[in-house]
Design a binder for this molecule. Structure first.
Ligand code: DQA
Length: 141
């Protein structure tokens, strides 16, 4: 299974962000946990602070027929029609992930442009949300 793991703005700074929401692990540490959870999968890891870069990566997943996308769009979750539209094109499995409980925080974080084009959401379990996404893929395989 070929899986794109896409992370949006400021997630390259994990380890320095508020620990009560995002925990203490760096993005590299989380990516290693993901690899360890499913050594049989082929993961493509990508992080960007730019909306268009994330859209381009999703388009690559469409063109190259990847099997799944695990995406934490970070702040773009709450603003990006472009990421919504790109995900809509992808016919594989799409999983939205958040470290924090996005629905239990500020009202603006309850605005969500990606959920309705994803198959499943895991949030509020820190790095465990990503691992839950990998387990979901293992069970669907
Ligand atoms: O940067 C982020 C990270 C986040 O997606 C999370 O993983 O909890 C939640 C978003 O609201 C926030 O902008």
């Amino acid at each position: 299974m070929k899986v794109l793991v896409l992370n949006g703005p400021n997630l390259n700074m994990l380890g320095k962000r508020p620990k009560e929401h995002y925990g203490t692990k760096t993005l590299d540490e989380i990516n290693n946990l993901i690899k360890d959870a499913a050594p049989e999968f082929e993961f493509i890891f990508y992080q960007s602070n730019y909306e268009g870069d994330l859209v381009t990566k999703i388009q690559e997943a469409v063109i190259n027929n990847y099997d799944a996308i695990i995406i934490n769009p970070a702040a773009y979750t709450h603003t990006s029609v472009a990421i919504h539209d790109a995900l809509e094109m992808f016919s594989g499995i799409k999983i939205e992930v958040h470290l924090s409980h996005v629905d239990d925080r500020e009202a603006f974080r309850r605005i969500n442009y990606v959920r309705d084009v994803c198959d499943e959401t895991f949030s509020g379990k820190l790095e465990g949300s990503y691992i839950d996404a990998v387990m979901y893929l293992k069970n669907r395989k």
